[in-house]
Design a protein around this ligand. Structure first.
Ligand code: ADP
Ligand code: ADP
Length: 224
């Protein structure tokens, strides 16, 4: 597996440059934090990685596939957890994931197996038949992460996944995502919270659309 590769990517909203020659890569098995304050360009980068927006400047490869040349292959290899909740509260967990599996062409037994595996990876197997509305915020988030895994992506993107959650829920999510990386996923976790970068194997610091540094949390603490 080849993970994620961003090379010389720039993006403008009109005259405003939101990303300026951004390059970094995340290998399979790595938990990478994308760290930066509001306005740094994290959401813009996620929008490019999920092809909500496109740019002619630079290149993005996902699992080895160029997102501009082979978008379907690239997007099939990425799982995304957005900042905003996007669950149907009145469906069960399983129904929500079944719907998503269908979008990826999975149905019947293969969908059921993929859903069970994804829920188990997030410690949510026992809650599969509960209504989303009955779950607390942390469990809803874990369910969203499970959903992002149903089509067995190689890269997992999470945009500020712990916003609004209590410390215990945040820790549980961090721990589960770590395990996912240990099992071989490339993880890109966007955050503006400095305590969330401590657990990462790699930290890419984004500021005003530029990569300020790319290393470990230890490198940052050492004061570059
Ligand atoms: P976050 O920091 O959580 O990414 P933002 O406040 O930067 O959120 O953006 C929230 C939404 O508003 C996003 O959809 C973003 O694209 C849009 N947005 C942000 N800044 C501007 C702007 N200057 N003009 C228009 N839309 C913007
Ligand atoms: P972050 O997610 O790190 O908060 P964003 O990617 O949302 O950063 O924003 C990067 C820059 O682009 C900011 O200056 C923001 O105001 C601007 N921006 C974001 N979305 C839009 C938009 N839709 N229109 C214009 N400017 C935007």
């Amino acid at each position: 597996m080849t993970g994620l590769e961003v090379s010389h990517v720039s993006y403008r909203y009109g005259a405003r440059k939101a990303l300026d020659d951004v390059s970094f890569s995340v290998e399979a098995g790595r938990f990478c934090a994308l760290f930066g304050p509001n306005g740094a360009g994290k959401s813009t980068l996620f929008a490019l990685l999920t092809r909500l927006i496109v740019t002619g400047e630079g290149r993005i490869r996902i699992g080895g596939f160029d997102i501009a040349r082979t978008p379907r292959a690239a997007l099939a290899r990425i799982g995304v957890v957005f900042q905003q909740q996007t669950l149907d509260l009145d469906m069960t967990v399983r129904r929500n994931l079944t719907y998503f599996a269908g979008l990826h062409g999975l149905s019947g037994r293969s969908a059921a197996e993929a859903i069970d595996a994804a829920l188990a990876q997030l410690g949510m197997a026992e809650r599969a038949d509960e209504q989303v509305r009955a779950l607390n915020g942390g469990h809803r988030r874990r369910m969203e992460i499970a959903r992002a895994l149903v089509h067995r992506p190689e890269i997992l993107l999470l945009d500020e996944p712990t916003v609004g959650l209590d410390a215990a829920s945040r820790q549980a999510i961090t721990d589960h995502v770590h395990l996912l990386a240990e099992r071989g996923l490339a993880v890109l976790w966007a955050t503006h919270l400095v305590d969330e970068i401590q657990a990462a194997d790699q930290v890419v610091v984004l500021h005003r659309g530029k990569v300020l540094s790319n290393g470990t949390a230890g490198d940052l603490a050492g004061g570059q």
